[in-house]
Ligand binder design. Structure first.
Ligand code: CS2
Ligand code: MG
Length: 403
């Protein structure tokens, strides 16, 4: 059996922070896992270094499920983003090791390919509707069949999802949280105009997605869903904060616009009611924040009973290791919906050499044994950690609001 003999946490910042766990076995096999939690990176690094790694040494790396249960139940203080991101990193690294020893890409261990490739969606954004549409046309010409559209809101200096450099959107932008201003009324006026312009320019064969990013109340989300129905959105994401899962019942009563939620969920308990009551259409929980491949498969299996499909989070603050693991998952899971793909920068890709590829609106994890991704530790060491926070958001009267 491959015995775990060492594990280390690598923090690097090729333009943005990433936390990586590397596990080593007595036969020399290594595995990597993403442990990045945007804006709280060092909490996970400490959780792994101080509370997880000491418990891994000497264990059988093949016993993925037993180690998962040990780290979940053994912590006593169950769940939460830091704990579940730490467990996810261990889980990804152990699946990587198992695949390497078996000489198989991880998707083969998960049941083999259930489709030819993983359909992905990209992000088109702009400070104006015209800018957003021209970005979307560029992505369509690159073969994307699904495009998320986000535009600036007239009267607001900045807004979520609109980046300064058009292609790489990095929300963690300051040594302390920056502050942005929000107006639901101004936002609700511009989004239907954005969708009308997008349908005009792109036609009906492109899926259009939109991220509300937790900012509406349930009834406002119902209103926006109704306003957008004529434009057939593929999904409205994070329509309202989801701590109260039952709130989605209110949205459902007013609109048939498909709903996606879950990028900030860290366990099946965050979405059990949403799934069992069919209050959503896509579950966005992701490998790195929801306990790894082992737990994400459980969430997907429950969702499948209710005809809910996966739509995993895939922003640039999830490292290429998560991208790789998500593609192995997305290639094999029966109720796959769509995978988010925000391309990393060349600087990041250099630190994380990987086998996954993009072509014609789809991605594939490749055939390399394991996850097909690694970390160049020498290069990683040249990019020092730089504290960065996600912004906070306030209404125009100063009320603290969801970012
Ligand atoms: C967004 C993310 O990609 C998305 O759907 O919600 O960009 C999110 O804002 C970041 O991952 C937060 O770190
Ligand atoms: Mg989102």
């Amino acid at each position: 059996m491959p015995k775990i003999v060492a594990a280390r946490v690598i923090v690097t910042c090729p333009g943005r922070n990433f936390v990586t766990l590397k596990i080593e076995c007595d036969d020399g096999t290594t595995g990597v896992g993403d442990a990045t939690l945007n804006g709280r990176e060092m909490a996970v690094a400490s959780y792994l270094n101080d509370h997880v790694i000491p418990c891994l040494i000497g264990r059988d790396a093949h016993r993925i499920e037993d180690i998962w249960q040990y780290l979940y139940k053994g912590a006593y203080w169950r769940r939460g983003p830091v704990t579940m991101t730490g467990i996810a990193a261990v889980d990804m690294a152990l699946w990587d090791i198992k695949g390497k020893i078996a000489g198989l890409p991880v998707y083969q261990l998960l049941g083999g390919a259930a489709r030819e490739g993983v359909t992905v969606y990209c992000h088109a954004n702009g400070s104006s509707i015209d800018d957003t549409i021209s970005a979307a046309l560029e992505y369509r010409d690159k073969g994307y069949r699904a495009i998320r559209i986000q535009c600036g809101v007239p009267g607001l200096p900045t807004t979520y999802g609109v980046s300064k450099d058009r292609h790489h959107y990095e929300p963690a932008d300051g040594d302390l949280p920056s502050e942005s201003v929000w107006s639901t009324a101004k936002y609700m006026r511009v989004v239907p105009q954005l969708f009308a312009a997008a349908r005009e320019a792109l036609g009906w064969d492109i899926h259009l997605l939109h991220d509300i990013h937790h900012r509406l109340t349930p009834i406002e989300a119902g209103r926006l869903g109704k306003d957008l129905e004529p434009y057939r959105p593929f999904w409205l994401e994070d329509a309202t904060p989801a701590e109260n899962q039952d709130a989605f019942r209110l949205i459902r009563q007013h609109t048939t616009a498909p709903l996606a939620v879950g990028e900030i969920f860290n366990s099946i308990w965050d979405c059990k009611e949403l799934i069992e009551n069919q209050l959503i259409d896509y579950i966005r929980a992701t490998v790195v924040h929801a306990g790894g491949l082992t737990h994400l498969r459980r969430i997907a299996a429950l969702a499948d009973l209710y005809q809910i499909r996966t739509g995993c989070h895939g922003a640039t603050d999830l490292s290429p290791i998560t991208m790789a693991a998500a593609l192995h998952f997305g290639l094999s899971v029966p109720n796959f919906g769509i995978q988010e793909h925000m391309a990393h920068t060349a600087e990041t890709d250099a630190v994380f050499p990987h086998a996954y590829t993009y072509a014609d609106g789809m991605m594939h994890p490749g055939e390399a044994p394991g996850l097909g991704v690694d970390i160049d530790e020498d290069l990683a060491a040249t990019h020092e950690y730089k504290r960065a926070f996600l912004p906070v958001n306030r209404l125009e009267d100063g009320t603290l609001w969801s970012w």
